[in-house]
Design a protein around this ligand. Structure first.
Ligand SMILES: *Cc1c(COP(=O)(O)O)cnc(C)c1O
Length: 416
């Protein structure tokens, strides 16, 4: 990305909101719980390093990523906190993972061997490397299957190079509050924790909860985690850090979580058109009356899905205005009717905007509902072409709650 910005389209990321959301999640997780801030996929589109630093300032003590590459990027930016890699990379990446001081999730014997070999190759006398073993309790994606569990645990218990610091599982339906799946998975996890203890392993961290479970199933997962008396609970929260709904039943607003991203552009061209004038590709819309059209330089290549054609609103002067005609790659058209827009007027696609008649608000949840998808997909879909502008980094440091046990690592503000 070049350093000079010409187009007015930006994603404004509020680091203070991420920090405050982190502090709220830490409270929701309960006494002694660690917050592991999930910052994979460029911090759900908010910026990897921005999200990581803000969450650490808000009291997170761990970070989690999907890829070794993401962990390496955090280290290159000077982030020093423990970083969990949520799934096994290919075995050939074991050396890179260790070199970046990342904490691997493990569940296949082949990967254990690769880790042991890489660890011995780097330094034969090094202290054992911390790993977090993942039990599959019903997500059926990654993790050791119940049939293979005991052999893997026995293998770990005898390894001289691997130290089982953590045990984890992942919930498939935590955002659905009226299904029994979460309780069933927790029962299987409890049995898995018993097996972990039976082979003599002593994990210090036990983790289950994603955002939805942290906010809604706290007593249930805390009871399961308590099966390992000396371990601390940890929660792996992603979507809620960013102030977005985990699903229709798990809303950010109900928990006082603040959306951290505003998607903003400005009017780049103004036209007065006659009634019946057809607009944009395919002429799928025509002006219902004479009136004003504003062109806004943002499109599907920026992450505004073309599927929102005919059902997307924006804010202009604090009012909702419809986007009309087909969403194009780089631009959309906004119908302003009798209200003549001015070149350069701010247009908000996501977030709030004040106007003469009060404040308007559009959330990503609205896009998700209209497209029959989830906030996660749309947040991570805001493309790299949209510069992220960070605000509120100064407030992020003020968001940390009074320190519980481990002192959260601190990071100062950053650019982008
Ligand atoms: C992405 C992910 C999370 C975070 O989930 P949210 O619903 O965003 O809180 C937690 N754990 C694992 C294993 C994940 O892949």
């Amino acid at each position: 990305m070049t350093s000079t910005r010409h187009r007015p389209t930006v994603a404004v990321v509020d680091a203070g909101a991420i920090a405050r959301n982190t502090a709220r999640l830490r409270t929701a997780a309960g006494d002694g719980a660690h917050v592991c801030a999930v910052v994979k996929a460029d911090g759900y589109g908010h910026g990897l390093v921005t999200a990581a630093r803000a969450a650490l300032a808000g009291g997170a003590t761990w970070l989690a990523v999907a890829l070794v590459e993401e962990g390496e990027a955090l280290r290159a930016a000077g982030v020093d906190a423990p970083v969990l890699v949520l799934s096994e990379p290919p075995p050939a990446a074991a050396g890179a993972l260790l070199a970046a001081r990342l904490t691997p999730t493990v569940y296949r014997p082949e990967f254990l061997t690769a880790l042991e070999d890489a660890h011995a190759a780097a330094d034969p006398d090094a202290a054992p490397v911390a790993v977090h073993v993942k039990l599959d309790t019903g997500m059926t994606r990654v993790g050791v299957a119940p049939a293979d569990r005991d052999a893997l645990l026995a293998r770990l218990a005898t390894s001289e190079r691997l130290d089982v610091e953590g045990v984890q599982t992942h919930l498939a339906r935590a955002d659905e509050l009226d299904v029994p799946t979460t309780a069933e998975q927790l029962a299987r996890f409890r049995a898995g924790l018993d097996a972990v203890r039976d082979v003599g392993l002593t994990p210090r961290l036990v983790h289950v909860a994603n955002s939805a479970a942290t906010l809604h199933h706290t007593p249930a997962w805390r009871a399961a985690v308590a099966a390992v008396p000396d371990a601390a609970p940890l929660v792996r929260t992603g979507i809620a850090l960013y102030g977005l709904d985990a699903g229709p039943q798990v809303t950010a607003a109900a928990h006082g979580l603040e959306p951290a991203l505003r998607l903003v552009s400005a009017v780049s061209h103004v036209r007065h058109v006659d009634a019946g004038t057809p607009v944009s590709y395919g002429h799928r819309w025509s002006a219902p009356a004479a009136g004003w059209l504003a062109t806004v330089p943002i499109g599907y290549a920026d992450g505004v899905p073309r599927g929102l054609t005919g059902r997307l609103d924006v804010l202009h002067r604090g009012r909702r205005r419809p986007v009309v005609g087909t969403v194009t790659m780089d631009q959309v058209l906004v119908w302003c009717g009798d209200d003549e827009p001015a070149h350069g007027d701010e247009v908000v696609l996501l977030g709030t905007q004040a106007g003469p008649e009060g404040e308007g608000r559009i959330g990503l949840e609205e896009w998700a509902e209209r497209l029959d998808t989830i906030t996660y997909e749309l947040a991570t879909g805001i493309s790299a072409r949209v510069p992220r502008v960070v605000v509120g980094a100064d407030q992020a440091d003020a968001a940390a709650p009074a320190a519980q046990d481990p002192e959260p690592s601190r990071a100062s503000g950053e650019g982008r």
